[in-house]
Write a protein that binds this ligand. Structure first.
Ligand code: PLP
Ligand code: COI
Length: 368
């Protein structure tokens, strides 16, 4: 197994996983039926990975076991205080049948940063990557091969200690589940409409906005419902000063008419790996890239004056999705549509699916 050279844990010995096969898994026919139209996030593979952690024992009892309900003490801290983090990463089937993932070291490091913020233990990156390999070793047949399809991998970690005092838990569980995935938005790749959350914030200065923790998503659900009530696909959040932050589950990127690409930068935004990769591809093409604040007023004026020529959302689940409409309580702004978002999407997915040379060394083979 190749470990990540620059990681301080790269000389850790691999864990010894105990593997229990699921004898009641989906039949090949049922699996084929699911893979023919997987949707997003509603079907799960036959197995899951589970590693325990405790203050005394560190990381221990690594297992691959049949997918199924988790038994938790009703006093488990996660159920009361939300001490939880997660990741999202995909496995892609290449034309030769091999299975690859994209920049897993980055997701592993982000899980560690999220862990630090939520006072959870940091899973060594080599263990994180090994968990992906172990699951794909038993559930590799669940990686779909259709256009734009993938196996969405969802690693997560939570406080399982039964204790109602408010302090970091002494017992924690790391799990990995997997879900075959097609397009995140119904209707495939199409411009989406965005609702501006004017009454609710997602994150604040010094809060947990940069961590991938369930609470951030819980805070986004009411405004996301408002978005649906207003016939919008997603919600966009501002900070206290009126600067654009991000969507409920995606980063946002603005394209200016001189080719400059701008994306909001702040301590309360999730550092998206898709965004970082797209910005690198854009730099490779000669685009100037800036991480800086963009206020709502600058967005609206930029679109009105023609300075902003494209706006898009990006993330693991959404890949790259053009934004076609911004709607607020008392305005509707159509967004200009261009070709850059879709051409960057094509370049990125060509790399992920092995159709184009991976010059940055971003792919990691999971099944060998
Ligand atoms: N912002 C939020 C709130 C997200 O949930 C996601 C998705 O993971 C992203 C941004 C994009 O991150 P990434 O590209 O690493 O998936
Ligand atoms: C992802 O893109 O991986 C996300 O986590 C976004 C959303 C599905 C929560």
């Amino acid at each position: 197994m190749t470990l990540i050279d620059s990681d301080p844990d790269s000389d850790l010995a691999p864990l010894e996983f105990a593997v229990t096969r699921n004898l009641l898994g989906a039949s090949p026919e049922r699996r084929a039926e699911i893979l023919a139209d997987p949707g997003f996030g509603s079907s799960f593979t036959d197995h899951m990975v589970d590693i325990c952690w405790s203050v005394r024992g560190g990381w221990h009892r690594p297992r691959v076991q049949p997918y199924g309900p988790i038994s938790l003490d009703p006093a488990a801290a996660v159920l009361h205080y939300g001490q939880e983090i997660f990741e999202g990463i995909k496995a892609y089937r290449h034309a030769d049948g091999s299975v690859h993932t994209f920049r897993p070291d980055q997701n592993g490091r982000r899980l560690q940063r999220s862990a630090r913020r939520l006072a959870l233990p940091e899973l060594p990156v080599p263990y994180f990557i090994q968990s992906l390999r172990e699951l794909v070793a038993v559930d590799g047949d669940w990686v779909p091969s259709g256009n734009d399809q993938s196996l969405y991998l969802r690693p997560f970690m939570f406080a399982k200690e039964a204790f109602l005092g408010v302090r970091p838990a002494h017992k924690v569980a790391y799990y990995l589940i997997a879900s075959p995935a097609g397009a995140y938005f119904t209707g495939g790749v199409r411009p989406v409409s965005i609702w501006l959350s004017e009454d609710y914030a997602r994150a604040g200065k010094g809060g947990t906005g940069a961590a991938k923790t369930g609470g951030n998503y819980a805070a986004s659900l009411l405004p996301q419902s408002e978005a649906y009530e207003n016939e919008c696909d997603q919600v966009v959040f501002l900070d206290q000063d009126g600067n654009v932050e991000e969507l409920g589950g995606m980063n946002i990127v603005f394209v200016y008419k001189d080719g400059t690409i701008v994306t909001p930068q702040s301590d309360s935004i999730l550092e998206g790996i898709t965004r970082e990769s797209l910005l690198q591809l854009a730099r490779d093409r000669g685009h100037k890239v800036e991480g800086r604040s963009v206020s709502l007023a600058q967005w609206r004026e930029g679109v009105a004056s023609g300075d902003i020529v494209e706006v898009f959302a990006c993330g693991t689940a959404a890949v790259v999705t053009p934004i076609g409409l911004l709607k607020g309580k008392d305005f509707i702004d159509e967004q200009p549509l261009g070709s850059l978002a879709l051409s960057l999407r094509e370049e990125l997915t060509d790399i992920q699916y092995g159709r184009r040379e991976d010059t940055h060394g971003w792919l990691y083979r999971l099944d060998a």
